[in-house]
Design a protein. Structure first.
Length: 130
């Protein structure tokens, strides 16, 4: 009977391994609990540190280049009391670099992918808008 139980357990294990092999990643949800150093609490079960995290551009500050074309306008100041400088308009056009402020903040809820059988988690994006 012991041999039969061992055989059943071996078959269950092989079945689990086959099922897991067909899923190259697992999806998790977490919450940022520390910004520096970065720490994410995953589904109230484990806390991941910077060394375990791979950050996408969606969750980091980054520079990007954009083409702009607009006119500036100077007119009446908002308080309605302070005299405004003489009105003038000038154009801004061309390619410019902008810093995109996308870094994770404490309290952000995030979506993570876990590398199959690995210790690395890819932080894909935050849940909701920033």
């Amino acid at each position: 009977m012991a041999d039969a139980n061992a055989l059943v357990e071996a078959m269950k294990k092989a079945s689990r391994e086959e099922r897991d092999a067909s899923k190259p990643v697992n999806v998790y949800f977490g919450e940022v609990i520390s910004k520096e150093p970065l720490k994410i609490n995953v589904e109230q079960k484990m806390i991941l540190s910077e060394g375990q995290l791979v950050l996408t551009r969606n969750v980091t500050d980054y520079m990007t280049s954009v083409t702009v074309q607009w006119d500036t306008k100077v007119g009446v100041l908002e308080d309605g009391k302070t005299p405004a400088p003489p009105p003038h308009i000038h154009g801004i056009a061309g390619e410019m670099n902008f810093l995109m402020h996308n870094a994770l903040e404490v309290g952000d809820e995030v979506i993570l992918l876990r590398q199959q059988e690995g210790q690395k988690f890819i932080v894909i994006d935050r849940i909701g808008g920033k």
